[in-house]
Ligand binder design. Structure first.
Ligand SMILES: O=C[C@H](O)[C@H](O)[C@H](O)COP(=O)(O)O
Length: 236
């Protein structure tokens, strides 16, 4: 492992721990997806085990989250059963200064948007590499589509100025299939000037289930940074 990736892991751990510390007893907790949230789930599990945290239930946003929650003995519920979520913790692929996000690097953005947007408080956990001045600068925008809609949606995304490509699996011959059984188109936009409009425009294309723009959803961003060789967590 390189020095850079070692530091990234430390930033992710610290920010995950800081988010887990914000969970209160007797609450419903949205559990996001990804390598940073995985640390938050682990630390929530540790707090439950030590007795520092009591009587919480989690709502997961992916198969990955479900496996981790079970591993750390976090009781789970669903949105069929509860009518509110007190706090949700989730990662992001890009965060802009207005707290708008691109998510979906793990193809989980559809369930994530459902859970994160229902939470009374949505906390985002990222390392400092995820901060951008403008969304779309470093990351492609993920769009989940039903399989039959791939070609028409790609053509429409091109008309909107994007360069779409179907997400292919790593060590899998074929496309990535989401937890809902759909496919993901990743789109490069040269400049996302109006994320709110783009989010709505893409979601209006027939066959699109959800895209990875999260505009006006996040309440608090926790950023893991390395300052003078030490990991610190900054909030905004
Ligand atoms: O679909 C995946 C999610 O949106 C993740 O929360 C996002 O990709 C960030 O993941 P990580 O913390 O692994 O960078």
């Amino acid at each position: 492992m390189s020095v850079t990736s070692d530091l990234t892991v430390i930033m992710k751990q610290e920010v995950g721990k800081a988010a887990a510390a914000k969970v209160k007893s007797d609450s419903v907790v949205g559990l996001g997806t990804g390598s940073t949230t995985a640390y938050a789930i682990e630390y929530i599990g540790e707090r439950l085990r030590s007795g520092d945290l009591k009587n919480i239930v989690g709502i997961t946003t992916s198969f990955q989250g479900e496996v981790l929650a079970r591993k750390y003995n976090i009781p789970l519920t669903t949105l069929d059963v509860v009518d509110h979520i007190d706090i949700a913790i989730d990662g992001a692929d890009e965060v802009d200064p207005q707290k708008n996000l691109i998510k979906g690097g793990g193809a989980a953005h559809t369930q994530e948007k459902l859970v994160d947007s229902l939470a009374a408080q949505f906390i985002v956990v990222v390392d400092s590499n995820k901060l951008v001045d403008k969304l779309g600068s470093t990351f492609l925008l993920p769009v989940e589509v039903i399989p039959k809609a791939v070609m028409p949606v790609m053509r429409r995304l091109e008309q909107l100025g994007g360069k779409p490509e179907l997400r292919m699996g790593i060590r899998k011959a074929g496309p990535v299939v989401t937890d809902q059984g759909n496919l993901v188109i990743d789109v490069k936009f040269d400049s996302i000037d109006d994320p709110a409009t783009l989010e709505m425009t893409i979601n209006n294309i027939p066959g699109v289930l959800e895209n990875g723009l999260f505009v006006g959803v996040a309440d608090l961003i926790l950023v893991g940074e390395i300052i003078d060789g030490k990991a610190v967590v900054r909030e905004f």
